[in-house]
Design a protein around this ligand. Structure first.
Ligand SMILES: [Cu+2]
Length: 152
């Protein structure tokens, strides 16, 4: 069973993570999370976000899940011989003070088999599991790729 508290879904809880906290308490931050609705009905969707590590220690994300989808994988799109191919990524390492982008054409969450149809504007809860066993939650907004994410 993955360990997380419902409180972790609240953005205000994520703001409590400041560099001053000890390594055990400091958690990475998820920002500007969104899910791209597929152009046609498909059993999979891609999720994107920026993950920031404001902590003093490196962190690694080793798994992802969502109550809205049957399965979630961490993927990377790469061009091989002129063709875009996706491969599964075992872990995402983020150095202290650094951030990574999950964005179209690169890293993304592959969200398989939605439990229900998702409409634009809806929010999809996801949980990322860290290598140290802790979890962080975030809501990804369903929206088309063109619109810039709301500033926070
Ligand atoms: Cu993928």
């Amino acid at each position: 069973m993955k360990r997380f508290t419902p409180r972790a879904f609240l953005p205000s809880a994520l703001l409590l993570c400041a560099p001053a906290l000890s390594a055990a308490e400091c958690l990475p931050r998820i920002e500007q999370g969104w899910v791209r609705p597929p152009p046609v009905a498909m059993p999979m969707m891609a999720g994107f976000m920026r993950i920031e590590n404001p902590c003093d220690a490196p962190i690694a994300i080793v798994a992802a899940s969502s109550p809205s989808f049957a399965e979630v994988s961490i993927h990377e799109t790469r061009e091989v011989d002129g063709v875009n191919r996706m491969r599964e990524v075992e872990r995402l390492d983020i150095a202290p003070g650094k951030s990574i982008e999950l964005a179209p054409g690169g890293l993304h969450l592959m969200l398989y088999r939605p439990q229900a149809a998702l409409a634009e504007g809806q929010r999809v809860p996801v949980v990322l599991t860290l290598a140290d066993g802790r979890s962080i939650g975030a809501d990804l907004q369903v929206r088309p790729p063109s619109r810039p994410a709301p500033a926070r």
